[in-house]
Design a protein around this ligand. Structure first.
Ligand SMILES: [Zn+2]
Length: 157
């Protein structure tokens, strides 16, 4: 599944805290997002199960970028009142997460070969930069990697 390959590429596991640190897009409030959906919520749905209506996913480790399902637990919205993120309430969150991120709309998407050519590096370097969070790796529905032209331009391409 595309979203699982995104997870494995965009998550760094901290060997000490065992937190799975999300390296993809971030919400201004500090948690990870996939599309417009909180990434830890997608992680809970993928690895644990459905999130009942009225419940929110809380980080036991207080690391908002952490996606380790062992660190995530359900809380009622009252318990977690400080967290005011606009949550999507059902399992449709996964399909929403796979949908095109509106922020990517105006951007041309480049293939890894095009990125490598523009930045005059090899494609392994492009992959490494994506893993390090310097480039956002976007998966097409067919599983191909694409990169945002604006980010490539910002890196000097
Ligand atoms: Zn954690």
């Amino acid at each position: 599944m595309t979203i699982l390959s995104d997870f494995s590429e965009l998550v760094q596991i901290n060997p000490i805290t065992t937190c799975w640190r999300w390296c993809g897009s971030k919400h201004p409030d500090g948690y990870g997002v996939i599309g417009s959906t909180p990434a830890h919520r997608v992680a809970y749905l993928l690895f644990v199960g459905p999130i009942p209506d009225g419940m929110t996913v809380d980080h036991g480790c207080q690391n908002r970028l952490c996606l380790n399902p062992a660190h995530l637990s359900l809380k009622t919205l009252e318990d977690n009142g400080r967290d005011t993120a606009p949550y999507v309430r059902t399992e449709s969150v996964v399909s929403l997460a796979l949908a095109e991120n509106p922020h990517h709309g105006p951007d041309t998407l480049l293939t890894p070969a095009e990125v490598a050519q523009r930045l005059r590096v090899d494609s392994k370097t492009v992959t490494r930069w994506a893993t390090a969070g310097r480039l956002t790796c976007i998966r097409t529905p067919g599983g191909h990697r694409r990169y945002r032209e604006s980010e490539v331009t910002a890196l000097g391409g």
